[in-house]
Design a protein around this ligand. Structure first.
Ligand SMILES: [Cu+2]
Length: 335
């Protein structure tokens, strides 16, 4: 069985853009717009879940022989023209869509297509396969694009609160019965019988102490540097949260409230301070800043320590049911 290749370096030359990871983003602003090119191969394979079960996925991958779920993210700035070439290596039709921005139409089995679009508005975007909705998206054909405001390295939109670091959290979950139906190109079970079993951030689940992979940041979302929040006091971190799956989530941040800037693509008129942030199913999104301030009201004052972000929907903390801490969670480290 194939293992995921999510840390595989991309050979695509992308001016000013970062690829090769699904999470942490770096960015150097430009004074002028540019044309950005990137490429993905639609591939499939199996990814081992926390309980050892291998589950079938499809992905927009960095190469025709790898499998990336989610896709390597990319970052551009307002005004850029983006050209994405998608090489569909599979025997089934697929597509590449960003709602309100671009729709490739059908990319037939075994063909390639290049789409071109203008990145007109700063923000966080999910790209996904709209065919066979929602199954192709949920089975792994999704990824993230960040559009930075022109000339800015540290704001979400012009005039937004600023940050020091930024990363993506792309959530997904799967019901292996659905993935298997996609693999065999048969009709998935009705959504009334949908039973999500595995829950991921940037493609990984958490592992509790003692579990296989607990110490491995390439396996455990708790320590994955693309996902974990780690900083010194003042290292304000923007988290671009996108949900590819079918479940509603409830993110609980320990040690601090977060500054909630957007929900479902809309900038909030007021910046809310929240410790629990809900995430709608079927492509809900949020942009938020974890402030890395000392936790309020703590005595004696706290400036270092280890905390957690977990989900308050109980199902999302389990793997196959009943295995607490195997779900979508990550660490918050005050260094
Ligand atoms: Cu909690």
């Amino acid at each position: 069985m194939k293992r995921r290749t999510f840390l595989q370096a991309s050979a695509a030359g992308i001016a000013g853009a970062l690829t090769g990871t699904a999470g942490l983003l770096t960015w150097v602003p430009r004074a002028h717009a540019a044309t950005i090119t990137t490429a993905y191969s639609i591939t499939d394979g199996y990814i081992t879940q926390p309980d050892g079960v291998n589950v079938y996925f499809k992905g927009y991958s960095d190469s025709a022989t790898g499998l990336n779920v989610p896709a390597s993210s990319f970052i551009v700035q307002e005004g850029d023209t983006v050209q994405v070439t998608i090489n569909n290596t599979l025997g089934t039709d697929h597509s590449f869509v960003i709602d309100g921005v671009v729709d490739s139409g059908v990319i037939a089995a075994g063909t390639s297509k290049t789409v071109s679009f203008l990145a007109s508005t700063a923000g966080s975007y999910l790209f996904y396969d709209k065919l066979n909705t929602p199954y192709n998206r949920a089975v792994g054909l999704h990824g993230a694009m960040a559009v930075m405001p022109t000339g800015s390295a540290n704001t979400l939109y012009a005039g937004s609160p600023s940050f020091v670091k930024q990363l993506f959290w792309v959530y997904n979950e799967c019901d292996p019965a659905v993935n298997e139906a996609v693999r065999t190109n048969s009709t998935p079970p009705p959504l009334s019988s949908y039973v999500p079993r595995y829950f991921t951030i940037n493609g990984l689940s958490a592992r509790p102490p003692g579990a296989p992979g607990y110490d491995d940041p390439a396996i455990n979302s708790y320590y994955d540097p693309r996902t974990a929040l780690a900083g010194y006091i003042g290292d304000r971190t923007l988290v671009r949260v996108l949900s590819a799956g079918l479940c509603t989530h409830s993110m609980h941040f320990h040690a601090n409230h977060v500054e909630l800037l957007t929900r479902n693509g809309s900038v909030l008129a007021d910046i809310w301070l929240k410790d629990v942030v809900s995430l709608d199913n079927n492509m809900g999104s949020a942009d938020l800043i974890y402030p890395f301030d000392p936790p309020p009201d703590a005595w004696p004052p706290v400036s270092t320590g280890n905390f957690v972000m977990h989900l308050h929907n109980e199902q999302t903390q389990t793997s196959g049911g009943g295995s607490y801490q195997f779900g979508a969670q990550t660490s918050i480290k005050f260094k």
